[in-house]
Design a protein around this ligand. Structure first.
Ligand code: SF4
Ligand code: SF4
Length: 81
């Protein structure tokens, strides 16, 4: 019984940490070096297209985005920051 309680509490705490980390991280922005090569979308686990936010002041946000930054790592132009 005690182990179930501890596991539940730890699970709730980890969930809150994950939720706050997603909420607090800033949106991706796309600078003018983007050449629309689509490599960021190919790297994204959800096929999201952050480069569509090029030129926008708000940057890229999407409810499915995990902020994993795989797109950032895949960009050959360092366009995503
Ligand atoms: S990988 Fe970089 S250069 Fe290519 S479309 Fe995405 S943001 Fe633009
Ligand atoms: S941060 Fe991750 S989930 Fe979000 S757009 Fe980039 S690759 Fe996709």
């Amino acid at each position: 019984m005690r182990i179930i309680f501890i596991t539940t509490v730890v699970g709730i705490l980890l969930g809150l940490i994950y939720w706050f980390s997603r909420k607090s991280s800033k949106p991706l922005t796309v600078n003018n070096t983007c050449v629309s090569c689509n490599l960021c979308t190919k790297a994204c686990p959800f096929d999201l297209a952050p480069y569509n936010a090029k030129g926008t002041a708000t940057g890229f946000t999407h409810s499915d985005c995990l902020k994993c930054e795989k797109c950032v790592a895949a960009c050959p132009k360092q366009s995503l920051v």
